[in-house]
Design a protein around this ligand. Structure first.
Ligand code: NAP
Length: 300
């Protein structure tokens, strides 16, 4: 069954995900704060709304793919906000990465307006989003998630039901903790190899030939070889997510020795020039902490 889908947040991920919904034959109405980012989708057949409340009026199901907590609040509230539109009996799917407590609070707020929230953040970045191969981590009423699965599968290759509302958000933070640790692990391995006089290409080839080969490392290979980090998953998002990870760990009393160290690297206070690069640019921070011996060696 095709429905009218509303999509709010046409950023790196949102643009690709919304384009895949169109490809599956749904009619689509989109909104983005910076309106020029909706141009390409308009050309592909989407309607563009001038404010979030109009998306609520037009759509049967509304998807949010925004930076985080503040952005979702900004879109929900105010005289032009989603809640000012026709929300009764609609399903809102928040696919942005946010803390679980936000998902629970928004679910209660939307329920007061007659709508049902699913939290469905995604694993996978720009390229899987373009290919429609995201892994979608869904929380909320199981029957509602099940009902929305055909729509979610326009954007992803698998929907994993994680539990009640907030569970998708919690699952995403656990996965991003592992993602951050793996990226930092690869960056340190490359850094050590380079400072030992080895070629980066040879190390990456050796990794990909053995049991440590994985898609993440393949995706970052070119960036590490060239030292150029065009954003797929921006550093600023990983810095945001690590703050959410630390807050969740504190709330649950969870000990995360590596996570705590990682949050010092992926920090919103890190060098501003890193924020819009891919999170693989964490490797560039290693140079800042080199001992005099390493600095001399790198000049040789
Ligand atoms: P992005 O390119 O930075 O896009 C963010 C979107 O949020 C833009 O549409 C932006 O609008 C909107 N926004 C931000 N603040 C807003 C506000 N106050 N009011 C209204 N709209 C606002 O981010 P992205 O990479 O697509 O990521 C979106 C979400 O997916 C994030 O939660 C991220 O953590 C998560 N995620 C990203 C990746 C990835 O690889 N990129 C992977 C998995 C999950 P403007 O265009 O006007 O700024």
């Amino acid at each position: 069954m095709t429905q009218c889908i509303g999509f709010i947040g046409i950023g790196i991920m949102g643009e690709a995900m919304a384009a895949n919904i169109l490809k599956h034959g749904h009619s689509l109405v989109v909104y983005n704060r910076s309106s020029e980012k909706t141009d390409a989708l308009r050309e592909k057949g989407a309607l563009v709304a001038g404010k979030p409340s109009l998306v609520a009026d037009a759509a049967d199901v509304i998807i949010l793919m925004l930076t985080g907590e503040e952005a979702v609040d900004a879109v929900l509230h105010g005289e032009d906000g989603l809640l000012a539109g026709e929300c009764a009996d609609k399903v809102v799917i928040n696919m942005s990465t946010v803390p679980a407590h936000c998902s629970r609070a928004w679910a209660a707020l939307l329920a007061e307006n007659g709508a049902t929230l699913i939290d469905a953040p995604v694993s996978g970045s720009k390229i899987p989003a373009e290919l429609g191969e995201l892994v979608i981590l869904a929380g909320g009423l199981e029957e509602v998630v099940h009902e929305q699965e055909p729509l979610l599968l326009c954007m992803g290759k698998r929907v994993i039901y994680c539990g009640p509302i907030g569970s998708g958000s919690s699952m995403k933070l656990s996965i991003n903790l592992l993602l951050g640790i793996m990226m930092e692990g690869l960056a340190e391995a490359v850094h050590l190899a380079e400072s030992s006089g080895l070629a980066t290409e040879t190390l990456l080839d050796a990794i990909s030939a053995g049991p440590l080969a994985c898609t993440l490392f393949q995706l970052k290979e070119q960036m590490l070889k060239t030292g150029s980090y065009p954003p797929q998953f921006p550093f600023r998002h990983m810095a945001k997510d690590m703050q959410f990870v630390l807050a969740a760990a504190e709330e649950n009393g969870t000990h995360l020795p590596l996570g705590s160290e990682l949050a010092k690297l992926y920090s919103p206070a890190a060098d501003a020039s890193l924020m819009d690069l891919d999170f693989a640019a964490v490797k560039t921070l290693l140079r800042h902490h080199e001992s005099p011996v390493a600095s001399e060696k790198s000049k040789e």
